[in-house]
Design a protein around this ligand. Structure first.
Ligand code: TYM
Length: 376
């Protein structure tokens, strides 16, 4: 949604700025809040409630209840998510992928994963097509490093695999008017025509499973809320093509290390890439915006404010599994018992040890990447 004038918040698939008001996005995007009841229904199949559900990081959905109803009656679903490869992967991208893996493990479903080198080429003025395609393979290594298995994970590289998507995209595109696309995505007179058509390509994988296997089952899409405009138009078209409306489960955006907005590669100093070496991670975390007071004495006396602290958000999203320890960190911060420097040091160590392990797995993934290609 583009609404800069009223309160600065901008959330579109290509840009997120300002303080994101998630309640307002639910209202304005017309999605449903993720209720405790739905979380419990997921937990029936997954056992323990995943950290990202427990902490409200996934907060909204469309038709998750429908997908669960069908699943309980014996109709499976497939998972679908993706990446726009315009550079290296950052920690924010891993958030929905980690949750996707959790769902895949417990619901035993296929995952279709789209690498949109075409999208990024069309949208980014300074990106060559060959660069985007190269990033697509590099980014696939990050996905594989999270432990996905080739038996049930199918990566689609748009430019290379367009023959699989093109007929579906055409059928979608014919049913979306320019006026709907403009209202949904904010296209301008100056928008290139490739970009105007492109949303049909992101819609196509919602139906690829039916096309490839003849099995008409719904797709469930775990992704951050920024991708939602695509699903609005796809859901309108799906029944006209004889498919289920794709369902979504939306997560919040891991913030950047600066003030407001999401972690975004366009602000590299506030963004941690999986390829960042330890000293760079240290420098970036050291420069993070926190909820601390200007002086140690003030912080000891008045405490900090974890609710506005980006460092605390990183513990919340990914780097503190234990809920009690997280609550204790919050308490100590408010009481002035812990200083920002201590939290930053601990976070740096945790990120670096995660990334060290991730990079080892990422390098190993080079040997098996072909096994994940949809056309293997
Ligand atoms: P992209 O590359 O912008 O983002 C990839 C995935 O990461 C999510 N994401 C984030 N999640 C949490 N915190 C953040 N700071 C953050 N930044 C990005 C995005 O929501 C996305 O799930 N057009 C898409 C590629 C795509 C896709 C899809 C994404 C194609 N098909 C289906 C999701 C589902 C894109 O450019 O994603």
């Amino acid at each position: 949604m583009v609404d800069e004038e009223r309160n600065e918040m901008v959330v579109t698939p290509w840009e997120v700025r300002g303080k994101v008001d998630y309640e307002r996005l639910i209202r304005e995007f017309g999605t449903q809040p993720l209720t405790t009841e739905l979380i419990q229904r997921i937990a029936k199949f997954t056992g323990k409630v995943h950290l990202q559900l427990r902490r409200g990081l996934f907060f909204s959905h469309r038709d998750l209840d429908v997908v669960l109803d069908l699943y309980e009656k014996g109709t499976k679903f497939v998972l679908y998510t993706g990446r726009g490869p315009s550079g290296p992967v950052h920690l924010g991208h891993l958030v929905p992928w980690i949750f996707t893996k959790h769902l895949q493990d417990h619901f035993k479903t296929r995952l279709y994963f789209q690498m949109t080198d075409d999208e990024k080429f069309l949208v980014k003025d300074d990106l060559e097509l060959e660069e985007a395609t190269n990033f697509a393979y590099e980014n696939a290594l990050d996905l594989i490093a999270l432990g996905f298995k080739p038996e049930n994970t199918f990566i689609i590289y748009d430019v290379q695999d367009i023959d699989l998507l093109y007929d579906l995209a055409l059928k979608v595109a014919k049913r979306i008017t320019f006026s709907t696309a403009r209202a949904t995505f904010g296209f301008q007179e100056s928008t290139n025509i490739g970009w105007v058509f492109w949303p049909a390509i992101q819609a196509a994988p919602c139906f690829i499973h039916a096309k490839l296997t003849g099995e008409n089952v719904p797709a469930l899409i775990p992704a951050a809320i920024d991708q939602d405009p695509y699903w609005r138009i796809t859901r309108d078209v799906a029944p006209k093509l004889g498919y289920y409306k794709p369902a979504q489960i939306h997560c919040r955006l891991l913030p950047g290390l600066g003030v407001g907005g999401k972690m975004s590669a366009s602000e590299p100093e506030t963004c941690i890439f999986t390829t960042d070496p330890p000293d760079i991670v240290k420098r970036k975390v050291w420069g993070a915006f926190t909820g601390g007071k200007p002086t140690v004495a003030e912080q000891r006396r008045m405490g900090g404010d974890p609710s506005i602290c980006t460092v605390f958000q990183y513990f919340l999203f990914m780097f503190e599994e234990d809920d009690e320890k997280l609550a204790e960190r919050e308490r100590q911060c408010r009481a002035g018992e812990v200083l920002c420097g201590e939290c930053k040091k601990e976070l740096t160590d945790r990120i670096n040890s995660f990334l060290e392990d991730h990079r080892r797995k990422r390098e190993k993934a080079r040997n098996i990447i072909d096994k994940f290609h949809i056309k293997r």
